[in-house]
Design a protein around this ligand. Structure first.
Ligand SMILES: [Zn+2]
Length: 381
């Protein structure tokens, strides 16, 4: 287990990631490891290049051919946010026939839901909404908050992942289009999230702090996930945005003009809990401001300058009135008193591996990943 040590403050000379990422490393020019990793990925993949356009054409041809005679040839998860909405738009451009799936964990903003309905009706896609059992999910979120671990969003990410597998299987779908991309999502510090497939960690934390028995929470064990994605290869994740010249601002304009989509004010703010988590819990308890990651991605992608990003960081994370309203709403919905929540927030954070994890399996996975040549797993990552 790594412990947080006090270090001298340092900020990257190219992006705005700083020593709030406890694992950050700088080269002689003061450029951070995330910027260097981004350059390597872009060099290898060349998003938007002629070759990558061609690869995407070939891949889509294959998806269409393999899906012939079936109701759908791929699946797209829709959150109503920019990335996933643009994936849906691209799917139509490439003449794919996706089943759109929306995951409802009880926190989606009205605007996000409105966006989703506009998108599917304009693009003429079928929509399936997966509604999670709220009592179970609430108990899991309460457990993670009480446990003091950083990646509370791991619960949603894990459940989305597991339910996408399930729905793909039920509908005989092999290809899952994902909104994962280097343009707007690169450079997430390792210590700010946890391995999303680690159901053992979720269960261990819930066993210790939860009250409700988990019956329907969508889950996929680490070993099963390894088997499905690396061995049986029943599913392929297609990170379609990494093939094209993906720029957030341009994507938003396209979505607004073509699909009547509306912006909701911040990265992943399509969910009220995510907004409260990113703009209050993370900075208050973990001294983490995720805007650093999002803005740094935009700097690397050439969409904003470093100075503009620094100016953006000067803005408050929350309007005080809105924070008060959101806090009251979130606490009431999760069943915390102001006093209890305040006490938890003041407790020191705990690393995920303070509780049992699938770390040993994750280590094996990393070795397997190295052994498998990158070409043999195409078209997924
Ligand atoms: Zn950097």
């Amino acid at each position: 287990m790594t412990t947080v040590t006090e270090t001298v403050y340092h900020i990257c000379t190219r992006c705005i990631l700083d020593t709030s990422d406890r694992d950050i490393e700088f080269d002689d020019n003061g450029v951070c490891n995330h910027c260097r990793e981004f350059d390597t990925i872009v060099q290898n993949r060349g998003p938007g290049s002629e070759q990558s356009q061609k690869s995407l054409e070939t891949l889509c041809e294959r998806i269409r051919a393999e899906g012939e005679g079936k109701p759908y040839d791929c699946l797209v998860g829709l959150s109503g946010g920019v990335d996933s909405s643009y994936v849906a738009y691209l799917a139509k451009q490439y003449r794919l026939r996706p089943l759109a799936v929306h995951f409802d964990n009880g926190w989606n903003s009205e605007l996000a839901v409105k966006n989703i309905h506009r998108i599917v009706s304009t693009l003429e896609f079928d929509l399936q909404t997966y509604v999670i059992d709220w009592e179970e999910f609430r108990d899991l979120q309460r457990s993670f908050i009480k446990a003091g671990v950083i990646d509370i969003e791991m619960l949603t990410d894990h459940a989305i992942f597991a339910s996408l597998f399930r729905i793909s299987r039920e509908n005989d779908i092999k290809y899952i289009l994902s909104g994962v991309n280097v343009a707007t999502e690169s450079g997430m510090p390792r210590s700010w999230t946890w391995f999303k497939q680690d159901f053992r960690n979720i269960k261990a934390i819930h066993d210790r702090f939860g009250d409700v028995r988990l019956k329907t929470f969508p889950r996929v064990g680490t070993l099963k996930w390894l088997y499905l994605t690396f061995i049986s290869r029943d599913f392929y994740f297609v990170d379609i945005l990494n093939y094209v010249n993906y720029e957030k601002e341009k994507a938003m304009t396209v979505l607004e003009d073509k699909l009547g989509w509306q912006y909701y004010g911040g990265k992943h703010y399509e969910s009220l809990f995510t907004q409260f988590y990113q703009a209050y819990i993370l900075p208050e308890k973990f001294k983490v401001d995720k805007r650093r990651v999002h803005l740094s991605s935009l700097i690397r992608n050439g969409e904003i300058t470093r100075d503009e990003a620094l100016q953006e960081m000067e803005k408050p994370l929350y309007d005080p009135k809105l924070l008060k309203a959101h806090k009251e709403y979130v606490l009431k919905k999760l069943g915390f008193s102001e006093e209890e929540f305040g006490r938890i927030m003041r407790e020191p954070p705990r690393d995920h591996d303070f509780y049992p994890t699938s770390q040993s399996i994750i280590d094996v996975l990393k070795k397997i990943k190295k052994m498998i040549s990158p070409g043999s797993r195409k078209p997924s990552n």
